[in-house]
Design a protein around this ligand. Structure first.
Ligand code: PLP
Length: 275
């Protein structure tokens, strides 16, 4: 149906409490990237917050494919959203008899990035202490913490805000995961409740582990290591791998897009449809 015809109750707990889970899957020329991985993460998120929904990966794929065919199969983001549903009263406890609300739409995204140092977008980032909640592993629709961090970056004229915990260790960015390169070592923080189990991160680690010229490490990274890196990248489904050339006004490495980024993005571009 047309977006203007879609209706969601004002009593929907997604609206009142941000009580829901979402995904965004990119699709280029009708080909979805990492679809099963995204759906599995959504199913884990739904189970973690006690929303029961029985749709299989194939049923979700049918929804995604129908959106692609109705929206011209160009460069599309397929947004999938499940909230706990609408109750008759506003009460914090999970209601007993409630039907989850499923909402899906497609929107245009930029063309997939090309692995060319001269053509890629480059980000400037700032840093901030991570003030979000302690379940950042759940892809919750309650995004106010992320929105506030992202907005503070926008207001200081940068593209992303890279976050650290109370121990001055890297967590992730407000809408992306973070990778750091030193020499031929590519490093990213290990998965825990401080960060989203990012699908791009999963695919990129898998792809880079097959590249013999690189060493890949999942480990705790201090912000000193981040600042002294040769390269920093932020990753997400819609952006893939974006080089960060300036952090808090200081150049990263030589302040230019690095060779390892070029290698990583070219390997990712070649292999991303295999997931
Ligand atoms: N981290 C956060 C906080 C995000 O919001 C996102 C994407 O929305 C990511 C990381 C990247 O995740 P993915 O690669 O699964 O898109």
């Amino acid at each position: 149906m047309a977006m203007g015809e879609a209706k969601i109750s004002p009593m929907d707990r997604g609206f009142l409490f941000g009580d829901g889970i979402y995904e965004m899957v990119p699709s280029y020329g009708g080909q979805l990237v990492g679809f099963t991985l995204h759906i599995k993460r959504m199913q884990q998120g739904l189970a973690a917050i006690g929303i029961q929904l029985t749709q299989s990966v194939d049923e979700w794929r049918e929804i995604a494919e129908s959106l692609i065919s109705k929206n011209g199969s160009g460069n599309l983001g397929i947004y999938l959203h499940v909230s706990r549903g609408a109750d008759v009263k506003r009460f914090h406890a999970f209601p007993d008899n409630v039907t989850p609300t499923v909402f899906a739409f497609a929107f245009e995204i930029p063309a997939a990035p090309v692995a060319d140092k001269n053509l890629t977008k480059q980000f400037k980032a700032n840093t901030a202490q991570d003030l979000r909640w302690k379940h950042c592993d759940i892809k919750s629709t309650s995004l106010l913490g992320n929105v506030m961090h992202f907005q503070s970056g926008q207001e200081s004229g940068v593209n992303e805000t890279i976050l650290y915990n109370a121990q001055n260790e890297l967590t992730e960015a407000s809408s992306c995961n973070v990778f750091v390169v030193k020499g031929t070592r590519v490093m990213t923080p290990p998965l825990d409740k401080q960060l989203l189990p990012d699908i791009t991160r999963y695919m990129l680690l898998d792809i880079l582990r097959q590249e013999p010229t690189l060493a890949v490490e999942e480990r705790v990274l201090s912000m000193d290591e981040v600042r002294n890196a040769d390269e920093i990248w932020v990753t997400s489904s819609s952006k893939e791998i974006v080089p960060v050339v300036e952090l808090d006004g200081q150049p990263i490495g030589n302040g230019k897009v690095g060779d390892i980024w070029q290698l990583a993005q070219s390997l990712y571009s070649k292999n991303k449809f295999n997931y």
